[in-house]
Design a protein around this ligand. Structure first.
Ligand code: ARG
Length: 284
């Protein structure tokens, strides 16, 4: 018997978007006052008004594409709260809250816990182990890819599997500039066989072998696109929101039938986060 033919993702030209449900938090109190990742330099100025305009454009772009965006109230004294994706992982009605690595961000977890409860989520667990939610947990529709190395600890991966009831695949990050999994990998398409893109240099040799096995037709992205946080992109299965600088990545995804949508988040990037970091997805 011959082996079944695998149609490479690149040959499936028609990409179909699905409606997404996002949660965002405006950068009302945005600032770079401390440094908890290599992108953050408290000595270089941040234009808060510009950060707000960029964030509003990101939100408006989601809405124009037909997605729903819910907004969480920003809190004074929490300048990184704009990075909403770090505060919860929601899959099939179950919520695993966050436990931040840095004390400067610790209080964000409680604000989001209350938001989840007010929003009607009842199956909510606050974690025992450090876990920065969708920063390090990436849902492919089949597996929860889970990063560790800088923030989320490996014990949190097992905890996520227990709480959320989905298979977790652990991956190790090795470059401090790509301290969260979602700065080095994103999901293009969750349908049937998940299609992902990643920056190989951010992963340990063993994790690369895992990625090769699970995603043989993944898009491998170069350093220039990783350096502008191009891997922090957000895809709805067709439209891919990414930084204006990520031009080679835009070509790569176009060749696979996706539509790049450039959104400039250069001011917010000064804190080490971009499109996906500003966007928590409720997987219902
Ligand atoms: N300044 C924030 C931090 O270091 C940025 C977080 C970006 N979020 C992300 N999911 N990568 O925690």
């Amino acid at each position: 018997m011959s082996a079944p033919t695998v149609v490479p993702q690149a040959e499936r030209a028609t990409r179909v978007p699905t409606r997404r449900h996002y949660v965002m938090c405006p950068p009302t109190h945005f600032a770079v006052q401390y440094s908890i990742n290599p992108w953050m330099d408290p000595d270089s100025p941040v234009d808060a008004a510009k950060a707000m305009r960029q964030w509003e454009n990101l939100k408006a772009t989601y809405e124009r594409l037909g997605h729903t965006v819910e907004v969480v109230d920003p809190q004074p004294g929490l300048p990184d709260m704009v990075f909403a994706d770090n505060s919860g992982t929601v899959i099939d009605g179950r919520v695993l809250g966050a436990k931040f690595f840095a004390p400067e961000r610790a209080a964000e977890a409680e604000h989001f816990r209350r938001w989840f409860l007010a929003r009607g989520y009842r199956e909510l667990v606050m974690p025992r182990y450090v876990n920065e939610a969708e920063g390090d947990f990436v849902w492919t529709g089949r597996y929860l890819l889970a990063g560790s190395g800088y923030r989320t600890v490996p014990e949190a991966h097992a905890e996520a599997q227990e709480v959320l009831g989905v298979p977790v695949v652990s991956l190790t990050l090795v470059d401090p500039r790509f301290y969260h999994l979602n700065t080095a990998l994103f999901v293009l398409n969750r349908a049937d066989q998940p299609h992902i893109a990643y920056y190989p240099e951010a992963f340990s040799a063993s994790s690369l072998r895992v990625l090769e096995r699970l995603f043989p037709d993944a898009i491998k992205v170069g350093a220039a696109d990783a350096d502008c946080l191009g891997l922090n992109a957000v895809s709805d299965g067709k439209h891919v929101l990414l930084p204006v600088e990520a031009t080679a990545l835009a070509k790569q995804i176009e060749e696979c039938g996706y539509e790049p949508v450039f959104v400039d988040l250069s001011e917010i990037r000064k804190a080490g986060g971009a499109h996906k970091c500003c966007t928590m997805e409720l997987h219902s």
